[in-house]
Design a protein around this ligand. Structure first.
Ligand code: AMP
Ligand code: MG
Length: 356
């Protein structure tokens, strides 16, 4: 398969030379198209067409029990997708505060409205409006709800550049709309409102603090951090899978005593060098100069954690591009966007953590 490629200036989507119209036509014909969003690049297909959705799963090698998020251009489309009576005033408050934006809201799916492959057979569907001019124009032109997971091979770091999509999926998908770098750099926050609480099924671009200030009276549950056993507790499907992983071995080192953490990391890297392994350290601008390894990546600044999120996936891919075998990632504080960053890092490291 030859993958079509269009370059689009995100600041000039309305007067682009028909690229988005062509990409939308490909989606309407049942093919897959990768496109930029404000979080990461998505791999889209018509959510109402089972053959089209199958193409997403086979291109990515994604397990079929991991549901897809449905992307829409405006909240009016929601009535076609979910049970209208299930949308509460709290849901509306969240939509007003965060749409368009990196918040996916899980609601009861309207029977027969989309392919059951999208929901992985669940009775619910996750929906969001992306905050990116290219994504919005493509959704408007396609006039369809578009199912779209991240546009990477399953298990690899998510793509924040069109070149990452090409690296993984060239020749396996219908087309790529290249709109430059994405914004937030990590995926959307996935939430579900249930009687008496809001469950964060996956931390992401919208922080727990932001959700709490929008719904001050609601109790927020962070499913990853709590020992949730109750059977009625919503669980995010797909949590059992390894994600975002570089090819080399990676573990996370963290602790309150920064010099002690740095010393531990450097000793650990030294030992790997003595074993003859190529070594890498994933750290932050404030810390990078104290380390020595084959590849030291300063991934954003601790003073501005948003920059860590923006650069994280590209940094993980760099270790692969240079064939690094042994990687130590320094942990960051788990507040604000730090929750999403550490969630992705833990998965990338196969949950191997060392507390110093
Ligand atoms: P990705 O497409 O790779 O960003 O992954 C989408 C994630 O959204 C899944 O792994 C789930 O954790 C979550 N998700 C999507 N749909 C649902 C749903 N109906 N219920 C709960 N979680 C969902
Ligand atoms: Mg993904």
């Amino acid at each position: 398969m030859v993958t079509k490629y269009w370059k689009v200036d995100p600041d000039r989507v309305s007067d682009n030379g028909g690229e988005i119209v062509e990409a939308a036509a490909l989606l309407r014909s049942g093919d897959t198209v990768a496109f930029p969003t404000e979080t990461v690049y998505g791999l889209g297909a018509d959510a109402t067409n089972t053959t089209a959705v199958e193409r997403i799963f086979s291109a990515k090698g994604r397990p079929s029990d991991n549901p897809l998020i449905v992307h829409i251009a405006d909240a009016g489309q929601l009535a076609d997708l979910v049970e209208p009576t299930s949308v509460t005033p709290d849901h509306h408050r969240l939509m007003e505060a965060f749409w368009p934006g990196p918040l996916t809201i899980v609601l009861p799916v309207k029977t027969g409205s989309i392919s059951s492959l999208v929901t992985a057979g669940l009775t619910t569907v996750g929906v969001r409006i992306p905050d990116h001019p290219v994504a919005l124009e493509l959704l408007r032109k396609a006039e369809l709800p578009i199912a779209a997971p991240s546009a990477n091979s399953s298990g690899r770091p998510s793509p924040t550049l069109a070149s990452h999509v090409r690296e993984d999926l060239d020749g396996r998908i219908g087309g790529i709309v290249d709109g430059g770098g994405t914004g937030v750099g990590v995926e959307s926050t996935v939430i579900q409102l249930v009687e008496g609480g809001l469950y964060i099924l996956r931390p992401g671009g919208v922080t727990a603090e932001q959700l709490q200030s929008t719904l001050p009276a609601i109790r927020i549950h962070e499913t990853e951090r709590e020992d949730v056993q109750a059977s009625e507790t919503p669980r995010a499907p797909g949590m059992k899978y390894t994600h975002y992983a570089p090819k080399g071995y990676m573990h996370i080192v963290y602790g309150d005593d920064a010099p002690a953490v740095a010393a531990w990391i450097q000793r650990d890297i030294q030992a790997a060098m003595e074993r003859g392994e190529s070594t890498g350290i994933l750290t932050f601008e404030e810390r990078a100069s104290q380390f020595e390894a084959d590849l030291v990546i300063a991934c954003g600044s601790l003073a501005e954690p948003e920059t860590i999120a923006q650069e994280l996936y590209a940094a993980l891919r760099k270790f692969d591009q240079q064939g690094i075998q042994y990687i130590v990632a320094e942990g960051c504080p788990e507040t604000g966007i730090g929750q999403a960053i550490m969630n992705r890092l833990r998965k990338a490291a196969g949950h191997r953590l060392v507390r110093v």
